[in-house]
Ligand binder design. Structure first.
Ligand code: C2E
Ligand code: MG
Ligand code: MG
Length: 282
């Protein structure tokens, strides 16, 4: 790394670069350990219907508190795991944990209508991904129809290699949605051809509501495009009544955000929200 930069005429090999590399190495080492020791946690954040306020789904979000590094945010360690391949064991850990939780809720008669989990494009690209999902779902004894997979917008750009996998998941009955919608520059035409049923408006647009015309236009446009294509729209990161009001007026279908509920442990989620579940879909 340092040598390559010298060739290009740079001579800095700064303390920051070393610190950065060390930090990544520490995250890689400790994350590997955390996965092996089952030391991660899964939290659950409710998703609400905008009209009646019923809980229509729940998103599983990974949590990691490391003995050396402290709390590390998924926004920080997931991209590192994607680079170094740890996303595969991490993703499998998340799926096992989420599916087991859904099975337990089902057995207790308090399963949320839909359990949503985040899937990296790297996982989807694995040739055995769909088979491994089928096996994990069967092992947990849950219905794939109670599952939703969230993918980042970039899957819309690399369609060629993801189409067969997305179609196979769709045939299994798993719902597919696009996360962080509006942040990328993905070809919208692919929304029509892929078996996607929902768009998640990125929380950066939600937090910008009311601050400038351009932002509000983007939110309106996403809602318009989605509804024209028959897709549902969930707004992420809804924190204020003013945001909720605007989104409701613009026809947004679902809300997720601190205004309505943060991500909490599975037990706390069931305690707080099981009374308020919408009926199972279909
Ligand atoms: P995401 O999938 O878009 O998840 C929503 C994020 O927004 C979560 O952050 C959630 O805690 C946060 N959030 C929800 N409501 C609010 C709000 O009202 N205000 C604010 N400020 N934030 C809110 P989190 O849990 O830190 O996750 C960040 C990202 O990391 C996720 O974004 C997702 O892309 C990724 N991630 C999390 N868990 C997993 C996982 O199990 N697998 C994979 N591949 N990625 C994951
Ligand atoms: Mg998500
Ligand atoms: Mg999201």
């Amino acid at each position: 790394q340092a040598r390559a930069q010298q060739r290009h005429g740079y001579h800095f090999y700064s303390a920051e670069m070393t610190a950065f590399a060390n930090e990544r190495a520490a995250i890689e080492r400790q994350l590997r350990r955390a996965i092996a020791n089952n030391a991660l946690e899964l939290h659950f954040q409710p998703q609400f219907d905008v009209s009646g306020g019923a809980v229509v789904g729940v998103e599983a979000l990974v949590r990691w508190t490391d003995p050396e590094l402290g709390v590390v945010d998924p926004e920080h360690f997931v991209p590192i795991a994607e680079d170094n391949g740890l996303i595969h064991p991490l993703g499998e850990w998340v799926m096992r944990k989420a599916f087991a939780q859904q099975a337990a809720w089902q057995a207790a008669g308090i399963a949320p209508p839909v359990l949503s989990i985040n899937i990296s494009a790297r996982q989807l690209a694995r040739i055995d991904f769909v088979d491994s999902i089928a096996a994990l779902v069967a092992e947990a004894g849950i219905s794939p129809r109670t599952l939703e997979f969230e993918f980042r917008e970039s899957v819309l750009s690399d369609v060629a290699y993801v189409v067969p996998a997305l179609e196979a998941l769709d045939r299994m009955g798993i719902r597919l949605s696009i996360d962080g919608f509006g942040t990328g520059f993905s070809p919208l035409g692919n929304l029509k051809t892929l078996p996607i049923s929902k768009l998640n408006i990125d929380r950066s647009f939600v937090s910008g509501i009311g601050s400038d015309q351009g932002n509000d236009t983007i939110v309106r446009t996403v809602l318009g495009v989605a509804h024209t294509l028959g897709l549902r729209v969930i707004a992420e990161g809804v924190e204020t009544e003013a945001q909720a009001k605007f989104l409701r007026e613009q026809g947004c279908d679902e809300f997720q955000g601190h205004l309505f509920g943060e991500a909490v442990s599975g037990d706390e989620f069931a305690r707080n929200f099981a009374r308020n579940f919408a009926p199972p879909r279909d």
